[in-house]
Design a protein. Structure first.
Length: 665
């Protein structure tokens, strides 16, 4: 298996070279799609047959060779990567890269994520993580070298650098007995060293995953990137960050860590889920809507991981297995439906010419394939049964409901608050998907370009169909898919833990709740057939035609055959109730009303300005600090030569003292 994965990494490196040379415009993404298919096959084989033993490579840093391995945990996330990478690469082959830099960075991005998952020592993992950050930054910067895209790339680079520094420090604490994962497991951190490692790993992995308050880059960077890159960043890259979190806190830190380790994850996960769901309801760019929806789903996964740590610390192995299984399953199903939705957004932008909902509408008639697959992905994201998102989010809620079994009152109160917050987030996520589908695909076309849009075809349609097939398969086969993760649950929680599955059903114990997706699917199919039969067999023999109801507005004029946009809800108008009721939780808002002048034909206008609270709370102090540092640096220019020599000597003495202290410690 490792040999096959090594050949895949070599193939991705060759493809990156071809892309940098400007060769193989379609060969590079098609080759990446083939490698992604191989990655998925290797992941499934490893999960079914067992882990691959650790291998030592003949290269690495001066203090030791690099090590690679493929256990159940890394194989699961390798499957997550393959689920997104295969349709994303096919879509990239249909649209083509915009530059040589993008063509070279795309396979490099894939290779770096694979390297993170294969790493069996801290150096290799951090090397892959940093290459992943640099490649994704290059992909964001290459698509929009100026303007808002440049700002998004600069902001993303800053958070990526912060993430890398925190992870380096965190793994330095974990690596006190050695750089290899086996040495870390043999001597897990204790006391202050363990607590500090928890904080640093959570800061490093959380900022890359988009957890509050380090989420500011995600709603900007994901829409700024090309569509296949957005799908990879949202469906796979943030999951790689969560993989690092699980690897460090569940595996390398040992099983004897206290249960309170899970409390920060529960708080941050619940807050991120609600924050992302609110933002998804007020954004006016379809890719920004999906990017903020990713925040909601990442928050739910983190919440479930925190519950698993709490339950493990309370020696409740079955409940810990339930929460961990919910997190793992949602990681996989989110990769499926979010990759599909981003590719749908890309197809709409390519074929209808815009990502602004106010310039779309009525695409269900012009783009039936894209619209049908969009509804499949949106129903999954809204957690409607029996679609794929329901099973995993049902497990998350069941884990929250069962948290009363922990004896400590603070844990019960925290879980109750998290349950309420998660419920609000799920309801708002469904509203966001309803708004997304309604504005883009239903109603009338708002522009001539939308009225003349063509459906996806060729490789673009193939990419959408592959992603949709994954969503449909996970909807019916959630339990067998979760069964593949049995080795992860047992390995991280002990022999008494197992995924909550029974055949094709998800089940919580003998007398617990049960979810049978096949039964729900059969029931809904039967009701649909009965409704169809009643309408077409028992209804009126001839259809009755009449004017379509147009929300009380007059028919569109002859010079606007696609309809007057002012007679349909706008993106901002549809978001206004939620924005006014809950928007202040996530956004600093200001409304400016410009009334119409008496006798003027110019309509009154309402201007809304909104800014994420994080920009004010986090980035504004950093900007002040940068200006202060620049002012102090200007003052240093007037110092005499003796003062410069004193500063240099003092710095050298300080560094030597720190080095000596580290050697003694």
């Amino acid at each position: 298996m490792l040999t096959l994965l090594g050949l895949g990494l070599l193939a991705l490196a060759v493809l990156a070279g071809l892309g940098a040379a400007g060769l193989g415009r379609r060969l590079v993404p098609l080759g990446a799609a083939a490698v992604a298919a191989v990655l998925g096959a290797v992941a499934v084989a490893t999960l079914a047959l067992g882990p691959v033993e650790e291998a030592v490579l003949a290269l690495g840093p001066p203090w030791g060779p690099a090590r690679v391995a493929l256990d159940a945990l890394s194989a699961w996330f390798l499957l997550v990567l393959a689920v997104v990478a295969l349709p994303a690469a096919l879509f990239a082959a249909a649209t083509g890269p915009s530059s040589r830099a993008e063509a070279a960075a795309f396979p490099l991005f894939l290779a770096a994520m694979v390297l993170v998952l294969l790493a069996a020592d801290a150096f290799t993992l951090l090397l892959g993580f940093e290459v992943m950050s640099l490649a994704s930054w290059a992909l964001v910067a290459a698509r929009h070298p100026a303007g808002r895209g440049r700002r998004a790339a600069r902001l993303y680079f800053g958070f990526a650098a912060f993430s890398g520094l925190c992870l380096i420090a965190g793994f330095a604490l974990l690596s006190a007995p050695g750089m290899g994962f086996s040495e870390m497991r043999a001597a897990p951190p204790e006391g202050w060293r363990g607590t500090l490692a928890l904080v640093l790993i959570l800061l490093g992995a959380g900022s890359k995953a988009g957890l509050l308050p380090f989420h500011l880059w995600l709603p900007l960077a994901h829409p700024a990137a090309a569509t296949p890159v957005s799908a990879l960043m949202s469906g796979a890259m943030v999951k790689i960050a969560l993989y690092v979190l699980v690897r460090a806190l569940f595996d390398l830190a040992g099983v004897a860590q206290p249960g309170w380790w899970g409390a920060p994850l529960v708080v941050l996960g619940a807050a991120t889920a609600l924050w992302g769901a609110i933002r998804a309801n007020v954004e006016t760019d379809i890719k920004a809507i999906l990017a903020c929806s990713t925040l909601e789903n990442v928050g739910l996964i983190t919440l479930a991981l925190g519950l698993a740590l709490v339950f493990r610390g309370a020696d409740l192995a079955p409940l810990a297995a339930l929460a961990l299984s919910a997190a793992l399953l949602h990681t996989l199903v989110h990769a499926g439906f979010k990759g599909l939705l981003f590719l749908v957004a890309g197809a709409v932008a390519e074929q209808a010419g815009s990502r602004d909902p106010d310039r779309l509408g009525g695409l269900i008639h012009r783009m039936p394939w894209v619209a049908g697959l969009a509804m499949l992905g949106a129903a999954s994201a809204a957690a409607l049964p029996p679609f794929s998102g329901f099973a995993s989010e049902w497990l998350v809620l069941q884990a929250l409901i069962q948290s009363w079994r922990v004896a400590e009152l603070p844990v019960q109160l925290l879980s109750a608050a998290a349950l309420v917050t998660a419920g609000m987030a799920l309801a708002l996520a469904a509203a966001a998907m309803l708004r997304f589908v309604g504005l883009v695909f239903l109603g009338r076309p708002r522009t001539p370009r939308a009225a003349g849009a063509l459906d996806a075809s060729g490789l673009m349609r193939a990419a959408l169909v592959v992603a949709g097939a994954v969503c449909a398969a996970l909807a019916l086969l959630a339990a067998p898919a979760l069964g593949l993760a049995g080795g992860i649950v047992t390995g991280l929680l002990g022999e008494g833990a197992a995924p909550p599955i029974s055949g094709l059903d998800l089940i919580l114990g003998e007398a617990g709740a049960r979810y049978a997706p096949w039964a729900v699917t059969a029931l809904l199919a039967g009701l649909t057939l009965a409704l169809w039969y009643g309408l077409h067999r028992k209804g009126a023999p001839e259809p009755r035609r009449g004017p379509a109801w147009d929300c009380g507005f007059m028919p569109p004029p002859a010079d606007l055959p696609f309809g007057d946009p002012l007679t349909q809800p706008s993106a901002a108008g549809a978001a206004q109730p939620i924005r006014r009721a809950l928007g202040r939780l996530a956004l600093a808002q200001r409304e400016t009303h410009h009334p119409a002048t008496p006798g003027s034909t110019v309509p009154a206008r309402l201007r809304v300005e909104a800014r994420d609270h994080g920009f004010v709370a986090l980035l504004w102090p950093l900007g002040r600090l940068r200006r202060l540092a620049g002012h102090q640096a200007e003052r240093l220019r007037g110092l005499p030569l003796s003062a410069y020599l004193a500063l240099a000597l003092g710095t050298l003495v300080l560094l030597l003292a720190l080095l000596a202290w580290g050697a003694v410690a």
